[in-house]
Design a binder for this molecule. Sequence first.
Ligand code: F6P
Length: 335
Amino acid sequence: KQRIGVLTSGGDAPGMNAALRAVVLAAEHYGMEVMAFRHGYEGLLNNEHVPLKSADVLHVLQYSGTIIKSARCPRFKEVESAQLAANNLDSLGISALVVIGGDGSFRGAHHLSQYWKGQIIGVPGTIDNDLYGTDATIGYSTAVAIAMDALDKIRDTADAMDRVFIVEVMGRHAGFIGLKSAMAAGAERMILPELQKDKPLTIAALVKHIKRVEEVRGAGSYVMVLSEHQWPGGAVALSEQLEAEYNMPCRPCLLGHIQRGGPPTPSDRVLASELGVHAVELILQGKTEVMAGIKAGEMVEVPLVDTWTKKNPLDANLLRIQHEIFNPVKKSTRS
Ligand code: F6P
């Protein structure tokens, strides 16, 4: 029987369990055995493995987190680590490894491929949606839904007291969660890494926008979505600055790791199920060093290196709608 390995690595993402379940069910369907490594690459180095059968994974897709645990593993960058991992995989008779994770995990997989001759297939599992070549990563939809839900709740209190709120969302170096949750919740403003690169926002410009929105719409709430790492000191520092320098009452709210928990959305469960099966089918086709992805409804395979060296842009139409029609950052020429 062909034996394959699987692990979940890096920041956990809602839907990882659904992906794992799909890998195990597909592998059994095609007559393969599955060995899971616990705690990501750490488990691969420490030989911490468990066989997984369909009975172990049948009812896990409704939970976030990962039943085989995850970890960040900085030492995996070392040559000795990749060699050790390769030896461990060979001694277990594993011929292919499925890595469910984000860009750091895929870099690790690429590193391993230099020292191991087995097949390596990536499955995109990260809330950040920052992997090239797939329309969505597993976990992104749930993170957006959680951020939207939080923004809706913030809106209730913000509106009641005509307040400015700054809600900080995750995304690492990408603004996908920020943009989509801001649109979904009707936020007045977004600070996203991709926008900051060309023209970093100043506090004066922000205050101008808050006042313009108030001028046009009358007193009310103003909710801003701030991507993490985009303001020194984050939402707390920015709201303190607004109060201190402009006498503008403002409240911060940090969503943090809440964005990675709770039941995964239907989209994430279904995406994870499709990609998990796709990963096993790519193994059967003899593929290696590719990520299983989905583009416009089609299953695709993306060279692993492309997933972090190339970038998916933010949705230009969403940006246009937000910045030109819903909450213009410049004065309209028509009014
Ligand atoms: O990559 C997923 C992510 O949640 C990022 O959005 C965030 O920057 C990071 O992980 C947080 O990492 P940790 O869970 O190690 O604090």
